[in-house]
Design a protein around this ligand. Sequence first.
Ligand SMILES: Cc1cc2nc3c(=O)[nH]c(=O)nc-3n(C[C@H](O)[C@H](O)[C@H](O)COP(=O)(O)OP(=O)(O)OC[C@H]3O[C@@H](n4cnc5c(N)ncnc54)[C@H](O)[C@@H]3O)c2cc1C
Length: 433
Amino acid sequence: MGQVITYRPPLNQSKNYDVAIIGAGFSGLWSAYHLKQLQPALKIAIFEKEYVGFGASGRNGGWASAEYPTSSKRLIKEHGVESYKALREEITKSIDEIGQIAKQNNWQIDYAKGGSLVFARNRAQLSRISIDLDDEHTFLNKSQTQDLINIPTALGAVFTPHCAALNPFALARSLGKYLEGIGVDIYEKSAVTRILENKLEVNGYEISAPISIRATEAFTPRSWMGNRQIPIYSLMVATEPLPANVIAQIRNAQRATFQEACHLITYAQITGDNRLAIGGRGVRYKLFSRLSERSEIDNRMHSALERRAKSWFPQISDVKFEYRWGGAVALTRRWQAYLNFDRTSGRAEIGGYVGDGVTLSYLVAKTLAKRITNVKTKNLPFIDQKIGRWEPEPIRYLAVNAGFKATVAADFEEKLTTRASILASIVDPLINR
Ligand SMILES: Cc1cc2nc3c(=O)[nH]c(=O)nc-3n(C[C@H](O)[C@H](O)[C@H](O)COP(=O)(O)OP(=O)(O)OC[C@H]3O[C@@H](n4cnc5c(N)ncnc54)[C@H](O)[C@@H]3O)c2cc1C
């Protein structure tokens, strides 16, 4: 929010490395971090077309959660219960590891492991959140919910301890600085234009490296990934720092992250500097998966987020919203996160986290580093994924945007009728999560 960026120098000559990483978001940065942990002598470079933290990693809602894009039911069906359990164990552990690494290195990232809350504001939402309770989630009644976060219209909530709130841009920048300190070269304004066997083309120079990692998520050009993923925009707003009396009224001293149990995803946190930051999806998908800076600012959507925040907290009716921004995440056809590494060609690709990449990118990058250095890994569901293709255009455009419209309509239906949406029961199976 409002940071002044000083760029690192771009690549200006051909060079040799052991590992070349494309993209300086969490995926690329954590890959370098874990590779260096396992083999400190590796010569590693990261090439970033803008600056460290330019992508989703520097702009997200700061939920280091244990959420995963694919539904638990499908994970168990397709990967087996052991793989599912291994994922749950590793992803929950990763949240703590991020906090520990930040603490050890004195990174100022406003990390607070206060858990996360999904609250209901109508009966349909309440019955939906009450169904899927497991040993990671507990139900809170109305007064327990309001004791934690004072949302006067909340009827109840589901709470998990497995989430930390953090400042994502500070994390990306701290990681970048740390990596340079341990000998990783980071080049900014250095777009990779071609990936060849054991070589990359960057700013017109040649990088020779037996291993390359593509960590470009939603920014991956179609020439590299075809129709295997699409970019989806998520938007955010943040208030001015809330006055102490408003913070006291909202409660939430532990900084639990929170969201309403709508069909259209929302997510919020009280930041380390006492702002309310809230985000949500719903921006129209662009034909042929085009990325566009214009999609990052959508007055209608941003205003809707501000209204939603005020409907949760009447306490902030006079508070100003200071920032509006947005960014893109990658969505594969079957909501699969992926880690693909071909030892023969030396090429790796990681991504597909949708809106759950803060913790997941850490785990995927750590697992990739182990595979590259021949350390045994658990059988996790994102390893060696065959990613299906999206439907051709314009079917994809029509289907994705119809999905968004149906999701908004399902929330409206539930608000009106207070019963579970009939529309959602038709659309949910088609979403293929
Ligand atoms: C608004 C918003 C809110 C979100 N909220 C949350 C949240 O609260 N919790 C959560 O878990 N997840 C959240 N996410 C998702 C999360 O931020 C991402 O999943 C995660 O940051 C992806 O990290 P990444 O490193 O894979 O990709 P990115 O951070 O997008 O990094 C990719 C990088 O690659 C660079 N690049 C692209 N092409 C090239 C090239 N040719 N050469 C060199 N560099 C290139 C880009 O410039 C970019 O810096 C949110 C995302 C958004 C947009």
